[in-house]
Design a protein around this ligand. Structure first.
Ligand code: FES
Length: 56
């Protein structure tokens, strides 16, 4: 069975891994011009959020 891990990076995007391989970098600041993907805008706006990890 595939293992999915989602890492919410401190002050940044959610990194989605499938069996240890990165498959997506998702915006969670709401400012990306390329949603749902992170385009680095979180750094420009000073986005602040805690880190977290979910495994399924
Ligand atoms: S989290 Fe990176 S642009 Fe939103």
């Amino acid at each position: 069975m595939a293992k999915i891990t989602i890492n919410a990076m401190k002050d940044g995007p959610c990194i989605v891994n499938l069996d240890g391989n990165r498959v997506a970098t998702l915006c969670r600041c709401g400012s990306s011009a390329n949603k749902p993907h992170c385009d680095g805008s979180h750094a420009k706006i000073g986005f602040k959020a805690d880190e977290a990890q979910i495994e399924a």
